[in-house]
Design a protein. Structure first.
Length: 313
């Protein structure tokens, strides 16, 4: 329905595709092109199958023409057509290969003309000749016909399998890359925590009021990475327990029972922390092994700490 407005000079204004309802919210009518997209997509997918079947039908006719109209099989074709009553022997002076086709559209004609003008009868007789010779009727055509559709389906299956393998390969590579990245980050965090812890412990032996903040930050970084260790569940639980048992949660004491710690006492405190630090970082190295093997006993890798040492041990 057209409406006239004062601002457009009285020209009819066509109704748009947006209808308003309720409290003024627009409702968009679906485009006809969008409704036809699934149909067009389905038709495009079926085109190769239909084309394959059409080629197969053409191949079936070609097989009959080549086989039954060959010089070696013409007589067999004529005799079979006579026995089946499809044609008659010509009564007049005609060639030995001529036949007489009954009916208003019949008459005396050669086998080639008969095959061209009476295709259904020719195909019926030719199939019988091929069957008598040991070839199933339309055997070659059946192979061609199935090849059109099955070949298309085989191609689809191969494409789907290839796509699936590609996705699996990409997912596997992504997971492996993420695991390698986590492993490098975890190894770097362990080394950094050991380095900063050793610096703090050495400074603590000289000054009990040494700032502990940097050591705490390094510990928290390592703890966060341990929380990202992947399964199995027992491995994740071991990583959580290990994170909770890392040393240097708090600064080391400067006094005990109201008495300032002597240098030798502070050294004893620092050595105890170094021993714990070495043991815990060994356990981190064990967690870095592949998930199916992480719990199995084995020799220590050369990249694992072997004893209490300096910052770069």
């Amino acid at each position: 329905m057209a409406e006239r407005g004062a601002s457009d000079g009285g020209r009819p204004r066509r109704r748009g595709r947006v209808h308003r309802g309720g409290r003024g919210y627009g409702v968009l009518r679906p485009s006809p092109a969008r409704r036809w997209r699934p149909v067009l997509l389905g038709a495009l997918l079926l085109l190769p199958a239909g084309a394959g079947q059409a080629v197969a039908d053409g191949g079936s006719s070609d097989v009959r023409l080549v086989y039954c109209l060959a010089d070696d099989h013409r007589d067999e074709l004529r005799q079979a057509a006579l026995r089946l009553g499809v044609v008659r022997r010509p009564s007049g002076p005609a060639g030995p290969a001529a036949v007489r086709v009954p009916g208003s559209e019949g008459g005396v004609m050669s086998l080639d003309d008969w095959a061209d003008k009476h295709k259904s009868d020719f195909e019926r007789v030719c199939d019988a000749v091929m069957a008598a010779a040991g070839d199933p009727p339309g055997a070659s055509a059946d192979k061609g016909g199935s090849g059109g559709l099955s070949g298309f389906l085989d191609g689809v299956y191969l494409l789907a399998a290839g796509a699936a393998l590609t996705l699996i390969g990409q997912a596997t590579e992504r997971i492996s890359a993420e695991r390698r990245t986590r492993d490098r980050q975890l190894a770097a965090a362990v080394q950094e925590f050991r380095r900063i812890a050793w610096l703090y412990l050495s400074a603590y032996e000289q000054d009990p009021e040494t700032d502990h903040a940097e050591a705490l930050r390094a510990r928290e970084t390592l703890t966060a990475l341990l929380a990202q260790v992947p399964g199995p569940a027992q491995r994740r639980e071991a990583a959580r327990r290990l994170a909770d048992s890392l040393p240097l949660t708090d600064r080391l004491p400067s006094s005990r029972e109201g008495q300032l710690l002597l240098p030798r006492q502070r050294k004893s405190e620092a050595d105890a922390v170094r021993t714990t630090l070495d043991l815990r970082t060994r356990e981190v190295a064990d967690l870095r092994r592949p998930a199916p093997l992480w719990w199995l006993p084995g020799t220590r890798g050369s990249d694992r700490p072997t004893g209490a040492g300096g910052p770069h041990a």
